[in-house]
Structure formats: structure tokens, C-alpha cells
Write a protein that binds this ligand. Sequence first.
Ligand code: PLP
Length: 480
Amino acid sequence: MKLIFEKSRPGRRAADLPASDVPPVDLNDAIGEKYLRGDLEMPEVAEIDLVRHFTNLSRRNFGVDLGFYPLGSCTMKYNPKVNEDAAALPGFAGLHPAASESFAQGNLELMFSMQRLLSHIFGMAEFTLQPAAGAHGELTGVMMIKKYFESRGEKRGIILIPDTAHGTNPASGALCGFETVTLRSNAEGGVDLEHLESLMSANVAALMLTNPNTLGLFERGIEKVAALVHGKGGLLYGDGANANAFLGKVRPGDLGFDIIQLNLHKTFSTPHGGGGPGSGPVGVCAKLADYLPVPRIAKKGEVYSWSDNYPQSIGRVRSFYGNFAVVVKAYAYIRSLGAEGLRRATEMAVLNANYIKEKLKPHFDLPYDRVCMHECVFSGSRQAAQNGVHTTDIAKRLIDFGFHPPTVYFPLIVEQAMMIEPTETESKETLDAFCDAMIAIALEASQNPQLVKDAPFSTPVARLDEVLAARRPDVTWKKQ
Ligand SMILES: *Cc1c(COP(=O)(O)O)cnc(C)c1O
């Protein structure tokens, strides 16, 4: 496919503007050379070329509006379009972020209500909506943990992280200057309590725990985990990326979590992928509330205002007030489902994952064979050992069947991992079609392994050097 620059012809236009009726000004004189680069290429195309170019590009991509997207840990549920309508309302989309409080009362009310809703759903005392993604929420949370112990005059240098954790957990700890120590999982995929007990000391600031964890398994010993951490004065941090597994069923605050980050773009139905925008609110128990980022929203009578008057706060973590439009979409989603709808979403998400787990169990290794939550983790070890077909090959072959592959090679403790998260929004027919494809690929792997290793056949490009693409992206274009 040609670049839009290659389709460019001098003078061609997508829109005709009327002739200017004001005297021309040389912008280079007015604002200086640095704003107007003479060497900056601009494509010149007609409207039809423009529409076709981007429509064709979009058809080379894959999204949840095109097909099943069981990318584990990412919760690629369908995003109802009414959420977009809500976020596009002129009062939300058109308000300038620097507008005064008196012009922003409705927006402030929405944010305030959202904080109260999230506090209620997750059993926390307070929430901030500032962080722009899950990882950013983690960073915010760990900054608060650090400040909490500093203000108490306690020197704690360690954060414990289970070996199943998402890579952003140790990264967040390290960014704040903590040493991160790996906590082992036990044979049934939960926290090894003896190992935790041996690691807990007055030097441990927090345990960062994902529950259900990235194996899709609920932490059976969660109360004991909380008691062990709290017993040594530590804090229990919850990575809430997997919240789709327990909405309306259990509240992290009630389980003993002191602080938790959410991923609104995952759990609460906002289009995501490709880098954003997202929203990673952080909820805290009462004793951590003073450390939340500022400004915070205050409500006096019926009037909302911003307040910076929290001397213990970690300060600002984001310009303005976070990704407001994402918050509006998540709010619309929560309000349209209601308490019963959220609970039902979780029940269906868990049912769907278990359905897939049971259907695929005879065909792929299942290292942790117990009832799962919203996702299940298989291993491609059998296919790798018997046929030399690896999880990458299975993932690539799935594309030919019209499905987005599951998350692969994560969590790290499962060899040849395939982490499948169907979400609640998929029908039984879709789940069956996906399972049929997986079973067909398992058969191909044993009968014609080379076919699977050469896949995909249906895409514009097949196997790319993903490392090179990430490390040395080539985004240059030279005019011929
Ligand atoms: C997605 C995810 C994160 C990071 O969230 P982002 O919004 O992508 O920054 C952290 N932990 C887990 C378990 C996740 O699945």
C-alpha cells in the first residue's frame, strides 16, 4: 500500500476554502521560522483519496469491532457506542480544561460522583482520577506508599512482587527507589505463604498483589496474605487490572487491600490498545487519603471546587485532571449497567472463561487445573515438545481463522503460555468458533506442523522482526 505522500499531487485539495478577504501576513515574520518549517512535507490529496487511504489502512488493523479479541489481562470487551455519545456531549467534549470552576460544575460533579461510585464498588475511602493508565496509577500508588512511610519516619526499602506479576509492578517499585523482591507462587498458583512469611520484615513497605492473579486464579489465602503483610506494618497494594473478575462480588477494601489502581479502559469499557488514552484511578483506605495527588475535588452544599490544600499530598501526577473523556465513558458504562448489571458482567466473564477452559482442556496443557476467574492460562508445551510448534506459531495461525491471538508467553511462570480472556460480551457461538479454531490448530500441529509454523497466510505481512520494529522503528520517508 502506498503512503499518503506518494499519492500526493501538487494543488490537489480535500476542501475548497473561499478566497481570503483579509490582507495576507507573512507568518514567518509574525511568529518566527521555527513554527513554519519549509521542509515539512504535507500531502495534497482529494477527499476521496483521503477517505480511501485511511479506510484501507483501518481495514489492515484488528479491533474488537471486527472480531473476537481474547487478549488475556487486557479485558478487550465490547465498548457500547452509547459511551462515545456521552463523552461527545458538547458540555464534556467542548469545555476548555482551564475554564473556571463556575463553568465546569457539571464536569466536576461527574468526576466527584465517579470517585464516590468507585469507592463504593471497590470498598475504598477515596479515589483520584488523575493517573492516565494502569501503570501510571501504580506509580502514583507507590509514590504514596513511599510518602506514607517517610511521614511516619519509617525506613522501608523493599516491595514484594509475586513471580506472576505484570512487568509494570516491579517497574513502578524500582522507579520510586525500592528494591523489588520476587515472591514465589505455590503449586496451586497462589502466593506461597511460607515464602511470604520468611520475606516479611520491618523493611518491607508493601506487597503488590494482583487478585485474581495473572493465572486468572483467585488468591485463596488472601486474608492470611493481608494479615502477614499488616502484621509487620506493611501495606497491601492491589493491581486492579483484573477487576472484571469480581465487580459486585467482592471488594478489595474488605479483603484488606490498602491501595488499588484500576484500569478504566479495561474494566469499564473504553476502547484501548495502541497506546492510549487510558485512565488509571487509584483508590486508598482512609489512612492514605492525605497523600492523594492534588488538586482534589471538594463539595460544599451543591458547589464543587478544586482544593490544593493537602500538605501531605504527593503533588500532581498529570496535567489538568487526567483523561477526562475516558472517565466520562466509564461513568456512562457504570450508570447504564447499574449494580446488578456490573455483577452480571462479572458472572458472565467468569462463566465464559471457564467454558473455554473446559472445551480446550483435552487439547492443550492446563498447568493450573482449577476453576478460573475471568481468564484461563494454557500452555503450548505439548505441541512444542511433540511437533516443534510453538505458542507463537499457534498465535499466528489463529489470525488466519479471523481471531486476535491470546496473550502469549505471559505469565512468565507458565512455559509457552497462552492467556485467554474472552470477556462477558461474547456469545456462545463466538466462544465455540474460537475453540473450534484452537482445536483445528492443535490437529494441524500434529498432522502438518510446517503449515502452522509458516502462518499467517491471510495478512498483508506475515512474520515481522518484532524486536527490531520496537527497538529501531523506521518511520522515515524519502521523496523519490
Ligand atoms: C494492563 C495491566 C497493567 C498496566 O496497565 P496499563 O493501563 O496498560 O498501563 C498492569 N497490571 C496488569 C495485571 C495488567 O493487566
